[in-house]
Design a protein. Structure first.
Lengths: 288, 247
């Protein structure tokens, strides 16, 4: 029983990280209709910005995480405003642009920092012991920040006029614009929000997992799986699917062995695609 | 209670062409506050393109669009909308994934409206029998109610000028009468000018004291419905000539 609870805690912690990451990914698809291949790149960049801020500028970790989130948000804003926005309705062009940006980020990091993982450790260590359970403190801190981030995003999307405007643009851009909303202001802001979330997650998680130029690849793949599982563009679906994926990964890693976690995940997505192609909370395809 | 005042729409020598294709040439008209102008013409005459140009979805190739003397020409859709020119679409123009209540709430909030705006909308919601459907997702409504909701959304933004693109298309006879109510309500509550592009001649006769006929991108006729609709060239443009039928 203790093993199941402990594994569940790991799953919840993983799920919260994935949710924060996938929310940005699904927001960009839902609002802009863009599949952001650079999302994993912003995750890695967030990690390296935080690492650099601590190592070279001597910032405290918390400030470094905020700097990483703001830095990746700023880059995302500029990228959408000056490049992506010009080709926003050309799906192939946006795909190539975001893929190109991802390659530039990865290559830039590789050239600047080299291929080896830098020494980037979480500032808090130790284990919390309670009721016979042992939970690493770093996991608890990350879980708390991720949950706070998810709640904040939900409040922003569902409780503010900014969120209403974003949802309106996601529903129907022409109608929303005809009512006076400005995509040229809202799109880059939404993009910045999403890339800022990726950067925040990267800064939080890479000290625990690993930081290297290529760690964005599995992050991008997992984001894809979560968004497909939850339903393209669905904020609620992405959140539920992220926790589901976290649980599947945790339980399969513990009970089936490490390498079978990814296999279990792909099987889950395959079953979903056969049974309900639109995903858990997905509606009809965009433009259908 | 806020008193709304419509605006004067001036369309002057507007042209639109796509490459070598001239959609329309030298279209000019004005719509004073509270007035209704009908634009009719066969399919392909350029009516919807004209609305697209006025509302900012397309930039004109020449000419100008002014609202209360302020230049609107070439301004983007959102800016023209914020200035007070609001359009409806031929198909439904609702947020499909949102409920009826959320649809209206968005339109009111986006335009900075408040309780007084809701008060002016309430009679329309009641007349269109949308109250029982307030928590229904809008794309689950029957087509006629979706179109009515689209009109309410256009009204909720408190326009100075309304551009209605075939508001009666696809509606049953009883539902078409609701378009009349809507236009009268917009006139009395907002004082706004209304441009109606429509194929339903009964509706045009009821609502429009003045109409303008477009044919092949030019103004074929202009005047009262009785005068214009009795002209042979207008009838020919709409129904085709005897020679064309024989061919």
């Amino acid at each position: 029983m203790q093993g199941i609870v402990a594994t569940s805690l790991i799953g919840i912690s993983l799920g919260a990280q994935y949710a924060l990451l996938a929310l940005g990914f699904t927001l960009i698809f839902g609002i802009l209709g863009v599949v952001n291949f650079a999302h994993g790149g912003f995750y890695v960049l967030g990690g390296y910005i935080a690492y650099s801020a601590i190592s070279f500028l001597g910032m405290p970790y918390a400030l470094a995480v905020i700097t990483a989130a703001l830095g990746t948000a700023a880059l995302g804003y500029l990228f959408e405003r000056f490049l992506l926005d010009r080709l926003i309705d050309d799906h192939l062009a946006t795909l190539m642009l975001t893929l190109g940006l991802y390659m530039m980020i990865s290559s830039g990091i590789l050239i600047t920092f080299g291929p080896q993982s830098p020494a980037f450790a979480f500032p808090l260590t130790g284990v919390l012991r309670a009721y016979g359970f042992y939970v690493p403190i770093e996991n608890l801190v990350v879980l708390a920040v991720c949950v706070a981030g998810i709640v904040s995003i939900y409040a922003l999307i569902y409780r503010t006029d900014f969120g209403r405007a974003l949802r309106a643009l996601a529903d129907d851009r022409a109608v929303a614009t005809a009512q006076g909303l400005r995509p040229k202001v809202l799109f880059p802001t939404a993009f910045a929000l999403a890339t800022g979330l990726a950067g925040l997650t990267g800064a939080l998680v890479t000290p625990i997992l690993s930081l290297a130029p290529h760690v964005g690849d599995p992050v991008l793949a997992t984001s894809f799986l979560i968004v497909i599982l939850g339903g393209l563009g669905s904020v609620g679906g992405a959140t539920v699917a992220a926790f589901l994926v976290g649980m599947v990964e945790a339980f399969s890693a513990v009970y089936l062995g490490g390498s079978k976690g990814a296999l279990a995940l792909f099987v889950l997505v395959l079953i979903m695609l056969v049974v309900k192609p639109s995903g858990l909370f997905g509606q009809r395809a965009r433009g259908a | 209670m806020t008193v709304y005042q419509g605006g004067l729409l001036e369309v002057t020598s507007v042209r639109k062409r796509f490459g070598g294709l001239h959609v329309f040439n030298d279209i000019s008209f004005t719509i004073p506050p509270g007035e209704v102008l009908g634009i009719i013409g066969p399919n392909g005459a350029g009516k919807t393109t004209l609305i697209n140009v006025i509302c900012g979805m397309l930039a004109p190739s020449a000419g100008s669009v002014r609202l209360d003397g302020r230049e609107m020409t070439g301004m983007p859709l959102h800016a023209v909308s914020r200035a007070g020119i609001i359009r409806s679409f031929q198909q439904t123009n609702t947020f499909r994934a949102a409920t009826v209540r959320e649809n209206i709430s968005r339109a009111v909030r986006f335009s900075g409206g408040g309780e007084d705006t809701w008060a002016t909308i309430a009679p329309l919601v009641d007349e269109f029998e949308l109250y029982p459907q307030l928590d229904e997702q809008s794309d689950k409504l029957p087509y006629g109610l979706q179109k009515m909701l689209g009109l309410i959304l256009a009204f909720a933004v408190r326009p100075k000028v309304l551009l209605l693109d075939e508001p009666a298309a696809g509606l049953e006879r009883r539902e078409r009468m609701r378009v009349d109510s809507f236009v009268r309500h917009a006139q009395t509550q907002l004082g706004c000018g209304v441009l109606i592009v429509e194929h339903d001649m009964d509706l045009v006769r009821r609502l429009c004291p003045k109409i303008l006929v477009l044919d092949s991108g030019r103004v074929l006729a202009e005047g009262t419905p009785d005068d214009v609709l009795s002209r042979k060239d207008v009838i020919d443009a709409y129904l085709g000539t005897a020679d064309e039928e024989a061919a």
